[in-house]
Design a protein around this ligand. Structure first.
Ligand SMILES: [Zn+2]
Length: 103
């Protein structure tokens, strides 16, 4: 299996340098002999930059569960490991029993 990243350490450093110095994606692309879309994808994959828009976004699915809320027993889906629903999560209501805090 070839490594996932086609970038050598030096290439990555160069990209980072170009980013820091506000080079355009086009000049980065020219330097790396690819199109600017590819450069953007590489930057994303190397987590050097984040781009808006579905074209480049990697869907990061938040895991949810329907565990009944510790306080009001509501079973509305919420992010996993969140034990109380958003309504009960408000600061003035944030008294979660200790035993549920040490997962
Ligand atoms: Zn609740």
């Amino acid at each position: 299996m070839p490594p996932r990243s086609p970038l050598s350490r030096g290439d990555r450093d160069l990209l980072e340098f170009m980013l820091d110095n506000n080079y355009s994606y086009r000049s980065m692309a020219r330097r790396f002999n690819c199109c600017s879309d590819t450069i953007k994808r590489i930057l994303m994959r190397e987590e050097l930059a984040v781009f808006e828009g579905a074209k480049y976004s990697q869907q990061r699915q938040v895991e949810t569960w329907k565990r009944p809320c510790l306080k009001c027993k509501a079973e509305t889906p919420r992010p996993k490991w969140q034990y109380v629903c958003n309504d009960c999560k408000s600061p003035e209501n944030s008294g979660v029993p200790d035993e549920f805090m040490k997962y």
